[in-house]
Design a protein around this ligand. Structure first.
Ligand code: DGT
Ligand code: CA
Ligand code: CA
Length: 573
């Protein structure tokens, strides 16, 4: 069992207890434990099994928590958690995902108004029952209706990072079985889509029953939903569902192609097959009833006169046109990244010092970073005013004197205020090496207004880049309603870069608009927005999104060496 799954259970426990109105100290203890566990590089499961006494040496883990960890490792869950899940419906917990609705309100809705499902909540809001309640009112009614709208659009999709961690663990464990020859992820997870509806795993084996038994008994699996001779559908503890398919060796490539999708990509492949008098299905590519190819994906593509197409591009967007001309982009890879230009320190809401962040980045082999703490508007994060910012930059210079081999840029993540002005004066921004302009507030302004704010920032000669352009949080809240056409054109005209924020919750700009940016020649920078040393690890998710956009290292500015990158720092005009 991975640390992330154990951490998730503590988070879930804290959420449920919070709705129940438990003592805040206990909640904090569980949340801290979750953070400690997910931040640990050693396997908690190994520690719990081999030397359980050492658990209590971890920060924030006392006797009670250590016992709970052992229980989770041994039984895959906690009795207390199971009881709470019986009591509090999953939909009630999901209400916490509505921005602006905290546990107190959720508890009130559940206990006082007996709201048990999202449908109940919608009805209550629409009938005006919510607005009548003390402490709620018309505004909360509105927040709830908008939040529900977004939740229903998001469906039960799970963010890629969470889905992939589960998929990886199951693939690793099933892969150890003697009865498994080949195993691969498939579906949207293999295509690295930002959110995943269900997991798909493909196996070749001569003994499908053994594989299905093993999956069924896997500690992450909660229930079997269906089982046939070669396929099985299960529900994981987290609620995510998984399709397993077992196919014969000679069909592996065709099956992988079929179950990786997307459906739209597959439709074009089937049409191409028909055009050549062939028939493509999950068992292979056939002429009449004779198997022509199917063992590998390459074979199938080749029979259809195509080069192998990377899964991230299989959306029937541009991949067929590019493949036909033999112009598939050489997609960017994580190892090509040489710098990270968006991160926070203890000066605002980060947990590590400038030096610690620099050392963390050096350990990744980076040649440069930018320290970009918040500006003063973000009071919640103790944002910096001009005076504190200048002192912070002095501190960066001091650190730079001590560390070699990595360039530390003096940066700022500066808010674009609701009125369209910058949160810090131009003369201060002019002193920065690197200015990220962002929207944090007023995301719900009408399109014209919020777009104008971005245009102002893009035109500002001191702004290097726009960070997380829309402010969306995947599965939680939609981004600002911006006019992409105008914004991208302005960025191209003014030489302002755009960020792909690599945080799994953001991935902003998304794949579609990153592809558009490439067309317009706008340099992209993939940044982690790290708030801790470990936060630097999410770079991979930004790279996945860039790959889905068809980006190569050419379009991603932070693949440049420091010597090349420094030349991009000043705007061209
Ligand atoms: P998801 O799970 O909603 O994130 O998206 P996918 O792409 O993983 O979709 P899923 O799990 O329903 O199916 C996995 C793949 O199987 C899908 O990408 C393509 C293939 N597939 C499923 N149903 C069909 C179908 O009706 N026609 C075709 N051509 N392919 C299908
Ligand atoms: Ca799927
Ligand atoms: Ca599926």
């Amino acid at each position: 069992m991975q640390n992330s799954e154990i951490a998730r259970q503590f988070e879930e426990l804290a959420d449920l207890l919070e709705i129940q109105g438990a003592n805040p100290f206990r909640l904090r203890a569980y949340r801290n434990a979750a953070r400690t566990i997910s931040g640990l590089s050693d396997s908690i499961q190994d520690i719990a099994r081999n030397s359980p006494n050492e658990l209590q040496e971890l920060p924030g883990i006392g006797k009670d928590l250590a016992e709970k960890i052992v229980t989770i490792v041994e039984t895959a869950t906690l009795p207390q958690l199971e009881e709470l899940k019986e009591e509090i419906p999953a939909d009630v917990v999901r209400m916490l995902d509505i921005p602006g609705i905290g546990p107190k309100k959720v508890a009130f809705l559940f206990k006082e108004l007996s709201i048990r499902s999202l449908d109940d909540l919608k009805a209550a809001a629409e009938n005006g029952v919510i607005a009548e309640q003390k402490g709620f009112g018309k505004k909360t009614e509105q927040i709830i209706l908008e939040g529900l709208e977004h939740l229903s659009q998001a469906g039960n999709r799970v963010r890629l990072a969470d889905a992939k961690a589960l998929s990886d663990e199951i693939i690793h464990d099933l892969g150890e079985l003697d009865s498994v020859q080949n195993i691969s992820e498939a579906g949207s997870c293999r295509r690295r889509k930002e959110s995943v509806g269900d997991l798909d795993i493909l196996v070749t084996s001569s003994r499908p029953n053994e594989v299905m038994d093993a999956l069924q008994n896997h500690e992450l699996v909660k229930a079997v939903l269906a089982r046939g001779e070669t396929k099985q559908r299960v529900r994981l503890n987290s609620g995510l569902e998984l399709d397993l398919r077992v196919v014969p060796e000679e069909s592996y490539g065709a099956a992988l192609l079929y179950f990786t999708g997307s459906k739209e990509h597959n439709i074009v492949l089937r049409r191409r097959s028909q055009d050549r008098g062939l028939k493509l299905n999950e068992y292979g590519l056939f002429r009449d009833d004779t198997l022509v190819s199917g063992k590998t994906e390459e074979d199938v593509y080749q029979t259809l006169d195509l080069p192998w197409i990377p899964p991230e591009l299989r959306e029937n967007r541009m991949e067929f046109a590019a493949a036909e001309k033999n112009e598939l982009p050489e997609l960017i890879e994580l190892k090509q990244i040489r710098g990270d230009l968006h991160m926070h320190t203890t000066a605002t809401d980060g947990t590590a010092s400038i030096l610690e962040m620099a050392e963390g980045a050096k350990a990744k082999g980076y040649q440069y970073i930018a320290i970009t703490d918040h500006s003063k508007r973000v009071t919640m994060a103790n944002g910096l005013d001009a005076k504190r910012l200048r002192a912070h930059w002095k501190a960066i210079e001091k650190v730079q004197e001590k560390v070699s081999d990595i360039q530390i840029l003096k940066g700022i993540e500066c808010d674009i205020l609701e009125d369209g002005s910058m949160d810090l004066p131009d003369d201060v921004l002019a002193e920065a090496d690197w200015v990220i302009a962002v929207l944090h507030y007023g995301l719900k302004q009408p399109q014209k207004q919020v777009t104008q704010r971005l245009l102002n920032a893009i035109q500002n000669p001191h702004v290097s880049i726009i960070g997380h352009l829309t402010g969306r949080l995947i599965g939680k809240r939609p981004g600002a309603d911006i006019n992409y056409g105008e914004v991208l054109k302005a960025a191209a005209d003014h030489g302002t870069m755009l960020e792909i924020n690599a945080h799994p919750l953001r991935l902003d700009i998304d794949d579609i608009h990153a592809a558009k940016a490439k067309e317009l020649g706008i340099p992209i920078v993939i940044n982690t927005d790290a708030h801790s040393v470990r936060g630097l690890d999410v770079m991979q998710y930004g790279v996945y999104q860039a790959r889905r956009a068809g980006l190569t290292k050419q379009e991603v500015a932070n693949t440049r060496t420091w010597n090349q990158f420094r030349k991009l720092l000043k705007k061209s005009h």
